[in-house]
Ligand binder design. Structure first.
Ligand SMILES: Nc1ncnc2c1ncn2[C@@H]1O[C@H](COP(=O)(O)OP(=O)(O)O)[C@@H](O)[C@H]1O
Ligand SMILES: [Mg+2]
Length: 230
């Protein structure tokens, strides 16, 4: 499903060059739950931007669902992004003063889905993340963990092939963080592919596989304890 080979990203600013990713290769199968872990500055966000079709590599290839994404134009990247990727951010990015239901239904407006269908689908998705009793709550009436679960439901609205989460537990308590990881594990059981960036090993442990990156290179690619038991 994802095949990355010899991927490098070099940022050039005036005369300074930063090698953010240095010749990275890996594959991720459909239905895997993978954590990408590394210290600050190791290239995690850069990798996430490339996997999420927000940016292109300086060199190397990125194949997503059989399509070479590494050389697409900005417009083509936007199309891939809308069709195939569900983003979850550290800061939730929900609309304030807007109900959970409306937040989840929103991406479906742009796809021309009828109001009735949008709300039916949004209700199902909120049920999947355990928020059937919070649909009419606005963002400010929800806890951080609940807001993140709304954001996950929203990310699922357009049936993406991958869920890409950048530090999804960065702004929530550890109990809420467990709930969010429970949601990701359930999504995986239903066949979704989840890629999560984190710098916390306790969070990464919920994934089946952990790719460790350091200085823009893969240091270790291993099954987590959970992955080993399965
Ligand atoms: N837009 C950019 N322009 C120049 N340098 C960048 C840019 N984004 C990131 N970098 C540099 O690339 C390296 C990797 O950054 P990043 O991918 O954000 O790491 P992480 O998310 O692991 O903290 C860092 O040295 C950072 O300073
Ligand atoms: Mg980062």
């Amino acid at each position: 499903m994802i095949d990355v080979s010899h991927l490098s990203k070099i940022y050039k600013m005036d005369t300074v060059e930063t090698v953010a990713l240095n010749n990275i290769s890996f594959s991720i199968d459909k239905g895997e739950f993978v954590a990408i872990m590394g210290p600050s500055g190791s290239g995690k966000s850069t990798l996430m931007h490339i996997l999420g079709a927000l940016d292109t590599p300086t060199s190397g290839k990125y194949i997503l669902d059989g399509e070479d994404v590494s050389k697409l134009s900005k417009d083509q990247l936007a199309e891939i992004r809308n069709k195939k990727i569900g983003f979850v951010f550290q800061s939730f990015n929900l609309l304030p003063r807007t109900t959970a239901l409306k937040n989840v239904a929103l991406p479906m407006i742009y796809a021309g889905i009828s109001k009735k269908e949008r709300f039916e689908k949004a209700k199902i998705l909120l049920g999947q993340v355990g928020l059937e009793d919070r649909m009419e709550h606005t963002s400010s009436q929800l806890s951080g963990g609940q807001m993140q679960r709304v954001a996950i439901a929203r990310a699922l609205a357009m049936n993406p092939s991958i869920i890409l989460a950048d530090e999804p537990t960065g702004n929530v308590s550890s109990a809420q963080s467990d709930e969010i990881m429970g949601v990701f594990q359930n999504l995986q059981k239903q066949g979704h592919t989840v890629i999560m960036i984190t710098h916390e090993s306790s969070v990464a442990a919920y994934a089946q596989r952990i790719i460790h990156i350091k200085d823009g290179a893969i240091e270790k690619d291993e099954k987590s304890k959970r992955g080993k038991k399965e």
